[in-house]
Design a protein around this ligand. Structure first.
Ligand SMILES: Nc1nc2c(ncn2[C@@H]2O[C@H](COP(=O)(O)OP(=O)(O)OP(=O)(O)O)[C@@H](O)[C@H]2O)c(=O)[nH]1
Ligand SMILES: [Mg+2]
Length: 193
């Protein structure tokens, strides 16, 4: 799997507008500004997804096709934008649409290491479990974390969910590990065709 062979395919306002042909999907979810778009750029080693210091940069579901094989899907963040608008309603509508569709793949729930798990993340983990959607937790901005802090975050997740926990750093040291993880796990995802 060559993550560098990734192309932007489509920006979809709703899951109904998602591209054909259908492929397996990895949905990146998480609070605004957590680093979803940055992680897509790091994984693909390209500036494909627009990232920004201001929250609320990604508005639609953005589909990136990796090596003609599967889609990485960037999603709008939930929480508050710097303009003070709540994104929660549009986020819930989008997720509801996603779960109702048969386009389920696997999800990476991104969590800011510095904030830890909040109510929204706990709720989303519950939803992913309920929907039986394969998922992993990725703690972003983990550059400055000590081993003991990583262990504490892992423990926090383990109390809720027996899923995999990964860490992502700005300098890309962790990027290969996440690529490997996706390449292994995507094989188990139900094909949507
Ligand atoms: N230190 C550090 N900063 C990061 C990391 N990942 C992202 N950032 C920064 O966090 C900010 C937000 O990143 P984005 O990738 O735009 O976040 P997003 O989750 O796509 O945000 P929305 O599209 O608004 O939902 C940017 O200023 C990034 O440079 C990381 O691993 N470490
Ligand atoms: Mg974004």
């Amino acid at each position: 799997m060559d993550f560098q062979k990734t192309v932007f395919v489509k920006s979809a306002p709703t899951v109904g507008d998602a591209p054909y042909p259908r492929k397996r999907e990895v949905l990146l979810m998480g609070r605004s500004n957590v680093g979803k778009s940055s992680l897509i750029n790091a994984l693909t080693n390209q500036k494909l997804a627009h990232s920004s210091k201001k929250a609320g940069k990604t508005v639609f579901l953005n589909y990136f096709l990796v090596d003609s094989s599967f889609y990485l899907v960037d999603s709008p963040g939930y929480g508050y934008t710097s303009y003070g608008h709540r994104l929660d309603d549009s986020f819930s509508d989008m997720m509801e649409g996603y779960f109702k569709s048969n386009r389920k793949g696997m999800a990476l729930l991104l969590v800011d290491s510095r904030r830890g798990l909040k109510d929204e993340e706990r709720e989303l983990i519950g939803l992913l479990k309920e929907e039986k959607m394969g998922h992993a937790i990725v703690f972003t901005k983990a550059d400055t974390l000590k081993q003991s802090e990583m262990a504490a975050l892992k423990k926090e997740v383990a109390a809720l969910d027996d899923t995999d926990v990964l860490f992502s750093y700005a300098d890309g040291r962790s990027v290969n590990e996440i690529r490997g993880y996706i390449a292994r796990r995507i094989k188990d995802v139900r094909c949507l065709d």
